[in-house]
Design a protein around this ligand. Structure first.
Ligand SMILES: [Mn+2]
Length: 387
């Protein structure tokens, strides 16, 4: 008999994926598992306090989604008053798309600062201490969850492993929390990671975006099996439509305006490309890394530097896939030791202008200052690429 699409057994019951959630188990990361008890105890013991879940400055999808997951965790463990906070800007269009598409309850530190009760609890996500340059919330963490290479601060309740994203650790922690026994005979136990609950689709979708972007599509050398496993679970329950809206985020018009300036100001000497964007508003500064990535796709180009003056800082993005250049060295050679960093061909730098504040300059001075900046950076770029 040939198989036919039209089944003769119409009444046949197609087995539904029963109790999908009950089959979900933790990813099995030992470092997460070790901390589950301590995390539960700590949060439950403090559950009547205010909790602030703190993203680093300029939060990215990994930080934002980790914070959403942590918010679910603390609520699940009985905390009623909890807020996600950040300093700096959510300026990258993808991060803004994420915020809009998933309506994320995230507040600027400035908005809440004045009303923070004494003895509040601070949980850092995607970073573990204030010594890292990108954390401006002026409180020490009581707990942190992080995946970066760090030396463990003493006395801190820290969930840490060098996975490809913090979202992976948060997903594992959610999956690892013991269910809350339901009262009443027919009531079902409550799980922290229950995709059917209100608001979970948003959290799950965000975490999937966090893992995908922070691991650079699983190509980053820090990617682990745990990242794949977490992603596999999350993608089963996320909203495909909203996920795609964030991944293929809309570009604001200023990206195209900046692109025009950048193309006009370029100095193209294949395989090297450098361009300056002049004075860029802080809320638009994400055009710098965006354009650096884009010019790497230009035929024949191996090394790209895009820079601009943002507020009181020269900000630059550096890219190279040249076999003879080290991106970190290139950043240091052009922008000075300690002003930047790079890994795997992707780098950046921030040079503080200190007393040379463009805001205090006349238009004429600004013009001169820009000329000097361009001449200096281009000269250093030429030298560094011709070594
Ligand atoms: Mn991260």
């Amino acid at each position: 008999m040939t198989p036919s699409l039209q089944s003769d057994h119409c009444e046949e019951v197609i087995p539904m994926p029963t109790e999908v959630t009950s089959t979900l188990s933790p990813l099995g990361n030992k470092r997460v598992k070790q901390k589950v008890g301590a995390v539960c105890t700590f949060i439950k013991e403090n559950k009547d306090k205010w909790f602030y879940i703190c993203c680093h400055d300029n939060p990215d999808p990994d930080a934002i989604s980790s914070a959403m997951g942590m918010l679910r965790i603390v609520n699940f463990l009985g905390v009623e008053d909890a807020e996600i906070v950040y300093c700096g800007e959510i300026s990258h269009p993808q991060n803004r798309a994420m915020q809009n598409v998933l309506t994320i309850p995230i507040k600027r530190w400035k908005q809440v600062e004045a009303n923070v009760p004494d003895g509040s609890v601070f949980i850092f996500v995607d970073c573990a201490s204030r010594s890292q340059r990108n954390m401006s919330i002026p409180h020490e963490p009581d707990m942190a969850i992080d995946h970066h290479k760090i030396s463990t601060p003493k006395g801190l309740l820290l969930v840490h492993d060098e996975t490809g994203s913090c979202a992976t650790l948060v997903t594992d922690l959610m999956l690892s929390l013991p269910a809350i026994k339901a009262e009443g005979e027919d009531a079902e136990d409550i799980l922290c990671f229950d995709p059917s609950l209100d608001g979970m689709t948003e959290i799950v979708t965000a975490l999937a975006v966090g893992i995908k972007t922070d691991t650079i599509d699983f190509r980053s050398e820090t990617t682990t099996d745990y990242d794949f496993q977490a992603y596999k679970i999350l993608t089963r329950f996320m909203s495909d439509e909203r996920f795609m809206k964030i991944i293929n985020y809309e570009l604001p018009p200023y990206m195209f305006e900046c692109e025009e300036i950048a193309w006009h100001n370029k100095k193209l000497n294949a395989p090297n490309f450098i361009t300056g964007l002049r004075f860029v508003e802080p809320t638009k500064s994400d055009c710098i890394p965006y354009l650096a990535d884009k010019y790497m796709r230009l035929q024949g180009i191996q090394t790209v530097v895009v820079f601009g003056i943002v507020g009181n800082t020269i900000r630059a993005s550096v890219r190279t896939n040249s076999a003879s250049l080290d991106c970190e060295e290139l950043c240091n050679d052009i922008f000075g030791e300690g002003n930047g960093g790079a890994k795997q061909g992707v780098g950046g730098a921030n040079v503080e202008l200190s007393i040379f504040s463009p805001d205090d300059m006349t238009d004429e001075m600004k013009e001169k200052f820009w000329e000097i900046t361009v001449a200096t950076i281009e000269r250093k770029f030429d030298r560094a690429t011709q070594k």
